[in-house]
Unconditional design. Structure first.
Length: 483
């Protein structure tokens, strides 16, 4: 019997390096085979063991593909997805709604839409952009939607209508987030190497309402909650152990019992004509969770049965950003850091992870966090050498951003203290209160929507104008294959 010598790496929950090594081997056009958590290849690699195999027919062959990542309306969650793709070594292009309208999806095989409210995504795409996505999937393209990206694909009024699913109008529970156990309901490449029940993160999702069960495959459902599961600003397992949930529901005037989530569909798959659609409310892009990283890696490879690359041209480089740019971004960064210290010393939030806050119910913690991380990323990119974005392109937008963010933060401090005072008397709603002065200030800063409105929407617009070119350049330089 003839044996071939292979090198062997086994994926472990403590590190994603093996998955990134696999991506690099594929980028170098070397064959890689897989079985469960084991990866086999012919090139010597650090920490790889030697193994003799007499055939590879029983092993799955992996291929390097290229992902189109839609940025609009994602912000914090767009960053999380981009970070996860980088961590896994998955090639991507950051694309915008305007580019979709112009037909950019014709070049692609997989569209990944990250989290973030689906309304702003739908608004950015307009009917023309949504029509282009439907055409892309109908003709054999694939769609992967995470949380808000899943919501965009639904058959609601502003959705794409890719699958016969709607958003449940009555979720039966207030905003929930953190780790919850997922239970696999069917065999699928998504689950390769993952236990039948494993903890995944959700970040304020809706719930699916399946309209046609015959057209949908439910891949996983919600099971038990974990010690890191919250509803509003309440740790549910702590309440169950030391208090009574009913009392807290009366105080907060919302439902917080997670029992309603048990066996609810969390991940779904279906077809839209020739294309495959996978929708997940659990965030497969959450940093630092090995099961989510492996699940995204698995899904990514399930979409590509042959190599798929996007050729690009080298970008013009600049030695460094002018000192004036660094001075502007430093002013923004310092203002944001002081603002977050203000919130902490007034007991309004605390850091849970470097990329996530926990905050009191009724304040816009998510919005402040989003702005902080966007500015932090802009700061990181402007300090890199060389840079691949023209200073002339970003200076006007950065100047405007400074002019609107600094007064915004001062007014936000005033708003936070007003909200802090009311929190001493009763639970606080995110949208409206019986305090007229508070409502006027909220409307000025954030509009009347839970999503992005008021001055904050304007701020995000300018942050996008600066950050997106940097994201595009990094994706181009790291992942794309030269001509």
């Amino acid at each position: 019997m003839f044996f071939m010598q292979f090198f062997w790496l086994k994926w472990k929950t403590t590190s994603c390096q093996v998955l990134k090594d696999v991506a690099q081997l594929l980028k170098d056009e070397l064959p890689v085979y897989r079985q469960g958590r084991n990866f086999y290849f012919l090139k010597e690699k650090k920490n790889a063991k030697v193994i003799d195999l007499n055939h590879t027919s029983s092993l799955k062959s992996l291929h390097l593909g290229h992902v189109a990542l839609l940025w609009n309306g994602s912000y914090l969650f767009g960053l999380m997805t981009f970070w996860q793709l980088k961590k896994l070594g998955i090639p991507c292009s950051v694309i915008t709604a305007e580019e979709i309208k112009q037909g950019i999806l014709e070049k692609h095989h997989l569209l990944l839409v990250p989290g973030g409210w689906s309304g702003p995504k739908s608004e950015a795409l307009g009917e023309k952009g949504k029509k282009e996505i439907r055409k892309f999937v109908r003709q054999g393209g694939n769609y992967l939607g995470i949380c808000g990206g899943a919501g965009l694909a639904l058959s609601d009024t502003d959705g794409l209508g890719l699958l016969p699913i709607k958003r449940k109008k009555d979720r039966g529970i207030a905003n929930f987030y953190g780790k919850i156990v997922l239970k696999q309901t069917t065999s699928h490449p998504l689950w390769e190497g993952i236990p039948n029940e494993a903890p995944f993160n959700v970040w304020w999702p809706a719930l699916f309402e399946v309209q046609d069960k015959e057209a949908i495959t439910i891949l996983g459902t919600y099971s038990d909650i974990s010690p890191e599961f919250f509803v509003a600003d309440l740790n549910i397992l702590d309440l169950k152990k030391y208090s009574k949930i009913q009392k807290w529901e009366e105080q907060y005037q919302v439902n917080i019992d997670p029992g309603i989530l048990k066996n609810q569909p969390a991940l779904l798959e279906g077809k839209y004509d020739q294309g495959k659609v996978v929708l997940t409310y659990p965030h497969l892009d959450t940093p630092d969770n090995p099961w989510e990283a492996l699940a995204l890696f698995n899904l990514y490879h399930s979409f590509f049965n042959k190599p798929f690359a996007i050729p690009t041209q080298p970008l013009k480089s600049y030695e460094e950003m002018p000192k004036y740019v660094l001075k502007l971004i430093k002013k923004l960064k310092m203002a944001m850091e002081e603002f977050f210290q203000f919130g902490q010393r007034n007991f309004l939030w605390y850091w849970y992870k470097p990329w996530m806050l926990r905050w009191r119910k009724g304040i816009r913690g998510f919005h402040y966090l989003t702005l902080y991380l966007l500015i932090k990323e802009i700061n990181r990119y402007t300090h890199k050498k060389p840079v691949f974005v023209s200073p002339d392109l970003i200076i006007p937008h950065l100047e405007t951003l400074v002019k609107i963010v600094l007064p915004f933060l001062e007014k936000a401090k005033s708003l936070l203290l007003k909200e802090r005072y009311l929190l001493n008397t009763k639970p606080l709603s995110l949208i409206s209160t019986d305090n007229k002065e508070l409502n006027i200030l909220r409307q000025e800063l954030f509009g009347e929507t839970p999503a992005y409105g008021g001055k904050f929407k304007q701020i995000l617009c300018y942050a996008d104008k600066i950050l997106v070119p940097f994201l595009k350049a990094e994706a181009n330089n790291i992942y794309s294959k030269p001509r």
